[in-house]
Design a protein around this ligand. Structure first.
Ligand code: COA
Length: 259
C-alpha cells in the first residue's frame, strides 16, 4: 500500500518505519504524503495507544530531506514544501496518543525534525543527530528552528544550527535532546517496553497529560494553568480515575478500561 514507509499495527502499538534504506531514509515529497495517509489511519483507529517512529536498516533514522529534490527547490517550492512538511509533522506532535522516536542511526535535518515532533526519543548509542542544512546553503524548514531551542536551549540549538555539525547520542542525552541512549541491539525492545508501560496506564489520563504539557509549553502561565486545571477536571470524571484511586486504597492492582 505504501512505497516509502511501512505501517504495522500490533495491538495498541503502531510502528511507522521510513523505508528508503538505500537512500538512508531521506524523506522526499511522496514520503511526506504517505506519512500523512498513515496518520489518517492512526487517527481513525481508537484502539491505538502509542506510535513508534523509526527508520529502516542499520544506518539511518532519516538522513534528511531528499537532496535530489532540493536541487529543484526554488523560493516558491521552498515555501510550499516546508509548509507541507510542517503541517504533516505537526500532526504527529498533536496526535492524541504519544509517539516515541526510535532513533536507530543518523537523524539529520528533517530527520531530527521528525524525531523532535515525537513525544519521546530513545537513541541507539551509534545514532548521531544534527541540523546540517547550513552546509547546503539553506536553513531548517520543518520545525528545527522552533523545536530544537525548546528542547536543548538557545545556545546549544544555535551551535548545532549555525555549524551544521551533528552531536553523538551521548551528547544528545546530556543536552536533553533524547530521553535515553541504549545499545543498538536493544533499541526496539527498549522502545517497545516503554510503549507498553504507557499502554498500561489509563488512556484518557495519558491523553490529557500530553495535551496539558504541550499547551503549557506554548502558552503563558495563566493560560497554561487554566488549561491544566480543565484537563485535570476532565480526568477526574473518568472511570479509570475511580478505578485508579480505589485500587490504591484497596491495595490491589488496577484494572483500567480506557474510559
Ligand atoms: N538525500 C538524498 N539521498 C541521500 C541522502 C539525502 N539526504 N542521504 C543519503 N543519501 C543517499 C546517497 O546519495 C547514497 O545514494 P547512492 O547509493 O545512490 O549514491 C545513499 O543514500 C547512501 O549514502 P552514503 O552517503 O553513501 O551513506 P553513508 O552511510 O556513508 O553516510 C550520511 C550517511 C547520512 C552521513 C550521508 O549520506 C549524508 O551526509 N547524507 C546527507 C545528509 C544531509 O545533509 N541531510 C540534510 C538534508 S536537508
Amino acid at each position: 500500500m505504501f512505497e516509502n514507509i511501512l505501517l504495522e499495527i500490533d495491538g495498541a502499538i503502531a510502528t511507522l518505519t521510513i523505508n528508503r534504506p538505500d537512500k538512508r531514509n531521506a524523506v522526499n515529497n511522496d514520503t511526506v504524503e504517505e506519512i500523512g495517509k498513515a496518520l489518517d489511519q492512526i487517527e481513525a483507529d481508537p484502539g491505538l495507544r502509542v506510535l513508534i517512529l523509526t527508520g529502516a536498516g542499520e544506518k539511518a533514522f532519516v538522513a534528511g530531506a531528499d537532496i535530489g529534490e532540493l536541487d529543484r527547490r526554488d523560493t516558491l517550492l521552498g515555501r510550499s514544501e516546508t509548509r507541507r512538511r510542517q503541517e504533516v509533522y505537526t500532526r504527529i506532535e498533536q496526535l492524541e496518543i504519544p509517539s516515541i522516536a526510535a532513533v536507530n542511526g543518523w537523524a539529520l535535518g528533517t530527520g531530527l525534525e521528525l524525531a523532535m515532533v515525537c513525544t519521546l526519543r530513545i537513541a541507539s548509542a551509534k545514532a548521531k543527530m544534527g541540523q546540517p542544512e547550513v552546509k547546503l546553503g539553506i536553513i531548517p524548514g520543518a520545525g528545527g528552528t522552533y523545536r530544537l531551542p525548546r528542547l536543548v536551549g538557545m545556545g546549544r540549538a544555535l551551535e548545532m544550527i549555525l555549524t551544521g555539525e551533528p552531536v553523538t547520542a551521548e551528547e544528545a542525552l546530556a543536552m536533553g535532546l533524547v530521553n535515553r541512549v541504549v545499545p543498538p541491539e536493544n533499541l526496539m525492545e527498549e522502545v517497545r517496553t516503554l510503549a507498553e508501560t504507557i499502554v498500561s496506564r489509563p488512556k484518557l489520563a495519558v491523553q490529557y497529560a500530553k495535551e496539558a504539557v504541550l499547551r503549557c509549553v506554548e502558552t503563558g502561565l495563566a493560560q497554561g494553568l487554566a488549561h491544566e486545571s480543565y484537563l485535570h477536571a476532565l480526568s477526574c470524571g473518568t472511570q479509570d480515575k475511580k478505578e485508579g484511586v480505589a485500587s490504591f486504597l484497596e491495595k490491589r492492582t488496577a484494572k483500567f478500561t480506557g474510559k
